[in-house]
Design a protein around this ligand. Structure first.
Ligand SMILES: Cc1ncc(C[n+]2csc(CCOP(=O)(O)OP(=O)(O)O)c2C)c(N)n1
Ligand SMILES: [Mg+2]
Length: 782
């Protein structure tokens, strides 16, 4: 049994320090933004952008988390605009430099939005695109459990996966998709702390959203803790007139409450006298408070009250997913508080001077960790040194390498599709390379069977926290699939939501740095539905997660499925997405080599994620020796199947499932035009990267692979490129050696049909290729 999470220490004696730290966190966050906007030499593009109001909203919540509640094993996704709060906290803990803070939002400085890859202060999950960081925590908890239940490594303390979320993040559908999926998988150790400030970017929110949220969470078996009022208000409610006051607050419109928070004490008084002046006890309650005190009382919401927050976080130390809805005011403690336009608001220099006085920070002490504290610098330092989260502990793990064989035997068969070859590859892997296969984990959003994972699944089983037999098998009903679920399983079956696939791949793909154990994740998805999860895909790559995603079937070649299932621009995505290498192999032997390369690439320090675009179209397999030179060409992006000769006037360039048409066309062309070449492109993305990288290196460096390939082609020759995807994917190749080009491909929606009909209709058949070559000749000879 793994050690349970230790409950946080008693907070009462810590309160003075936590209050000091809350002020320091607020001060430093606001100061670093002010510094970026007003004090660094004015530079194009550095100004604008708020962060101040969003940061102030969570200063208390995050202070309580980091200085009281968190343990090193815990992981946090911080809402994008609380980046300054995160950096300030790390600065106070000694994990961030003044120089980085002073260069907040500048090149090389602390990032606008917390970034795993670019920030130097130990960001757990990048955020920026709202909603994704929140959902990421659910999948990270699933991965933590996956590793623990399989006992993949030494016993480790289980961390809580925590999101500090903005309330507007719950307008993003992906959050709810993750909630439902999380419920299905019975996730544990997840906390979502919602900064319920009832403001988004543009405006104040609809009324009573928190009630809706609460019922959603409760329905999905989460524990919900609502932090509505702070201690001051709770005490006031117990006094004469308190009940009326509470009713008034509960029924106040969000925008009215926000406007009053902005206007301050006198405005609260006027409004309360007007609405409640006759209620017993109200006058006395108001008389007890001067304007400042009344302002403090009325904005003493749960999320700004350190005691309330710490008490709430001290929930039962079980592992049930828990949501905290913390009422807050956006811009709390700043002159921006509550104003509906405050998202991009920034304190003016005058306001800053007043704020600085309030924080008791003297000139020149702006970056001082202890200036203005109410305890003493020595005591606070001692407190900081003892903060559990700051304890010496490895937080960014380095996992060992999983060894990969130097070559895989391709599956046999004269006619195979890349999708079928992929399924058989995995099945062989499970049988012949158990050590490597043990670290592979597959996942698919309800297209496991139709993307050929069935045979792998039969060998390796489905993962789930709770054992579940296959009733069909038990009842002896014939089925090709064994649907048994256990902690031993290595396939994580997801519902259809494609966002979830990419977020799960992101979490699995970070298992090494996050949880110390390397996994080799493979996700399968219908190629066109990559678009559905595209932002999450980008997010996964942005965090440098290491995974393989297989898009299949793809293009027009899925034929009868028609235009609604046809992918067009995905090869361009593969080419343009940073952090990703894309391949579109045509043959089984190429695919096996690409997968071998991918397993290495996933583990390399300078590696990344991999996207394979595969097809369901069975094509004749070449009978050839797959030697080292060919292997290298395949992973470098392409090879001449038929090298061009010195008399070549044309070369065909083809990628993926359309190879048979290119071969057929080549056979016909070469009868009239001798020396015509046929180039197979396995990765346009690798060719492109090699080419663009070569523009930055030494001019005498060896030419990139693509230049070597086209070096074999006479200058006057033209290219016909062909791909079952957007024609611009390959057309740029003509610029490498300044050749004329006619690019064939698909740039219209497809329709149902068989492959010969569709290829003819969309100009991908041998006829179209021959015609294009003929046209090039006419143009060249003119
Ligand atoms: C996917 C996405 N859409 C739009 C934005 C632009 N944006 C940044 S913050 C924000 C509103 C955030 O409101 P909330 O989450 O409540 O945080 P708060 O600022 O109130 O703390 C928006 C729309 C974004 N970052 N990501
Ligand atoms: Mg908000």
């Amino acid at each position: 049994m793994v050690a349970p999470v230790t409950p946080p220490a008693q907070t009462t004696s810590q309160l003075p320090y936590l209050r000091d730290l809350e002020r320091k966190v607020l001060w430093l966050s606001v100061w670093m933004i002010h510094h970026a906007n007003h004090l660094r030499p004015a530079r194009d593009g550095l100004k604008v952008g708020g962060h101040q109001a969003s940061s102030a909203s969570v200063a208390t919540l995050m202070t309580a988390l980091y200085f009281n509640v968190l343990r090193p094993a815990d992981r946090v996704a911080v809402k994008p605009h609380a980046s300054p709060v995160f950096h300030a906290i790390q600065y106070l803990l000694g994990n961030q430099t003044q120089d980085q803070l002073a260069r907040f939002r500048g090149l090389g400085g602390a990032q606008s939005y917390p970034s795993r890859t670019k920030d130097a202060d130990d960001v757990d999950f990048s955020t920026g695109s709202v909603g994704l960081g929140v959902a990421m925590t659910s999948f990270a908890s699933l991965v933590q459990d996956y590793i623990r239940l399989k006992e993949l490594g030494p016993e480790r303390e289980q961390g809580r996966m925590i999101a500090v979320a903005g309330d507007a993040e719950f307008d993003e559908g992906n959050v709810f998709e993750a909630l439902v999926e999380g419920w299905k998988h019975d996730i544990r150790n997840v906390w979502w702390v919602i900064d319920y400030n009832r403001q988004s970017l543009d405006a104040v929110m609809v009324e009573r959203f928190s009630d809706r949220l609460e019922s959603v969470f409760r329905n999905l078996d989460w524990r919900v803790e609502v932090l509505k009022y702070g201690r001051l208000l709770t005490r006031a409610f117990q006094q004469p007139g308190g009940e009326a006051l509470q009713q008034w607050i509960d029924s106040a419109e969000n925008s009215r409450y926000s406007a009053l928070a902005y206007k301050g004490g006198a405005a609260w008084r006027e409004e309360l006298i007007r609405d409640l002046g006759d209620a017993h006890g109200i006058r006395a309650l108001l008389d007890e408070h001067d304007d400042d005190a009344l302002g403090r009382l009325m904005t003493n919401l749960g999320g700004h009250d350190m005691e309330t927050v710490c008490d709430a976080f001290r929930v039962d130390s079980d592992d049930r997913p828990t949501c905290f809805i913390a009422y807050t005011i956006k811009g709390y403690g700043l002159p921006l508080a509550g104003h509906k336009d405050n998202h991009a608001g920034i304190l003016t220099p005058d306001q800053m001077a007043t704020f600085k006085q309030q924080m008791r920070v003297g000139d020149g002490q702006e970056w001082d960790r202890y200036a203005g504290v109410e305890t003493s610098a020595e005591e606070l330092k001692m407190f900081l040194d003892a903060v559990p989260f700051g304890r010496e502990a490895e937080r960014q793990h380095r996992a060992g390498r999983i060894s990969v064989p130097s070559r895989f035997d391709p599956p046999s068969g004269k006619k195979l599709s890349t999708q079928e070859a992929f399924g058989r590859f995995l099945s062989d892997l499970a049988r012949r390379h158990p050590g490597l296969a043990d670290r592979v984990v597959t996942s698919s959003p309800d297209v496991t069977v139709s993307t050929s994972l069935g045979s792998w699944l039969n060998r390796r089983g489905i993962f789930g926290r709770r054992e579940q037999g296959d009733l069909f098998k038990h009842e002896r009903i014939l089925s090709a699939l064994n649907w048994e679920v256990s902690t031993k399983g290595q396939h994580i079956e997801l519902g259809i939501a494609e966002n979830n696939l990419f977020l799960l791949l992101a979490a699995l793909g970070l298992s090494a740095p996050l949880f110390g154990e390397r996994l080799l994740p493979i996700g399968t998805i219908y190629d066109p539905f990559i678009s559905r999860g595209l932002d999450a895909f980008n997010y996964a790559c942005y965090q440098d997660a290491r995974f393989i995603v297989v898009g299949t079937p793809s293009g027009l070649s899925l034929a009868a499925e028609g235009g609604a299932h046809q992918s067009i621009y995905e090869p361009l995505l593969g080419m343009a997405q940073p952090g990703l290498t894309a391949f579109e192999p045509a043959y089984a032997d190429e695919l096996c080599e690409v997968l071998r390369w991918s397993f290495e690439h996933l583990q390399a320090d300078d590696g990344g994620a991999v996207y394979l675009r595969l097809s369901t179209r069975p094509i004749d397999q070449p009978s050839r020796e797959f030697d080292d030179a060919l292997a290298q060409d395949v992973t470098n992006g392409g090879y001449w199947m038929v090298p061009p000769g010195p008399r070549a006037e044309v070369a065909l360039v083809a990628s993926g499932a359309v190879l048979p048409e290119a071969i057929d066309a080549h056979r016909r062309i070469v009868e009239d035009i001798p020396d015509t070449g046929l180039l197979v492109v396995t990765s346009v993305n690798r060719l492109y990267r090699g080419w663009t990288d070569s523009h930055h290196g030494s001019i005498d460096a060896p030419p990139p692979h693509v230049a070597r390939l086209f070096g074999a082609l006479p200058d006057r020759a033209g290219l016909v490129t062909v791909v079952d995807g957007h024609p611009s994917t390959l057309s740029w190749l003509a610029s490498v050696g300044r050749h004329r080009v006619i690019p064939l491909g698909v740039d219209r929606f497809g329709q149902s049909g068989d492959i010969p009909d569709l290829y003819r209709e969309y100009g991908l058949d041998a006829e179209a290729i021959v015609n294009a070559a003929g046209r090039l000749l006419v143009i060249a000879r003119r």
